[in-house]
Write a protein that binds this ligand. Structure first.
Ligand code: F6R
Length: 243
């Protein structure tokens, strides 16, 4: 695990976008793994600038989002399908036909998850996966207690996660779905490279647990410690409990 502490979240995003550009540049069929939420905002903004300045070629990139709320209409502005369209696909200039998001409206959630695993395999696997980290140590929506071998599946969201994400639903926790579909920890760990971005004091405890706490299912992000290529990009607040 390589850990870089930057002066600001913007600088961390800039460094993250350079890692993504480098990882994808040499690949004939580049595959990018997408996180949603606040953490990668600066990384995506920086990639969008690189795309506009022709320092990043988005045309051949295939992308897979990590997770999606279950039972939320894909057209809902806070579905990850909508968020990815708005914050990633359009600003970066990705081909929408190559951007995959789990279908939170699927009638058969298990079949949807199996098909997603097959699609990732068929694309050749993920070259570089962008991750955030939940305040409870989750990656994707793999909540504490998730097996490190888990695959893409249906999950119940922790109360803590629903509270944290209520800000995207007008502050109304009752509007945050109870369940989701998420790539598993085993799925995420198959990405050839991982770049995890965290900023703000609210992430300090989870970041500390990920980097220097005991490895175990109580903190899903500790599964990354045995991955051969993980870059952790922090601002000073997120790094404040790292010794
Ligand atoms: C989102 C995801 C989550 C978030 C995490 C942090 O696709 O997989 O693991 O990365 O909940 O969320 P933010 O960045 O909003 O603090």
């Amino acid at each position: 695990m390589e850990i870089i502490v930057e002066d600001s979240a913007e600088a961390a995003g800039e460094t993250g976008s350079r890692a993504v550009i480098d990882a994808l540049a040499s690949r004939p069929d580049p595959v990018l793994g997408l996180a949603t939420g606040s953490s990668p905002e600066h990384l995506y903004a920086s990639l969008a600038r690189a795309s506009a300045e022709a320092r990043f070629d988005p045309r051949r990139v295939t992308a897979f989002a990590l997770d999606e709320y279950l039972g939320l209409d894909p057209a809902h502005p806070q579905s990850y399908r909508s968020v990815v369209d708005r914050e990633v696909t359009r600003p970066l200039g990705l081909d929408p036909a190559r951007v995959h998001v789990l279908d939170g409206g699927a009638r058969n959630a298990d079949a949807e998850c199996r098909a997603y695993e097959r699609a990732i395999q068929a694309a050749g696997g993920v070259d570089i996966q962008i991750l955030g980290i939940g305040a409870n140590g989750h990656i994707g929506f793999n909540e504490p207690g998730s097996s490190f071998q888990s695959r893409t599946r249906r999950q119940r969201l922790d109360e803590r996660t629903r509270r944290d994400n209520a800000r995207f639903f007008g502050g109304r926790i009752e509007d945050v779905p109870q369940e989701c579909l998420t790539q598993g920890i085993g799925t995420i760990r198959e990405a050839r490279q991982i770049v995890l971005v965290a900023s703000g004091a609210g992430k300090a405890e989870a970041v500390s647990a990920m980097i220097q706490g005991p490895v175990g299912e109580h903190c899903p992000a500790t599964a990354l410690r045995s991955h051969p290529s993980v870059l952790v990009l922090l601002d000073r607040e997120a790094a404040s409990q790292v010794r």
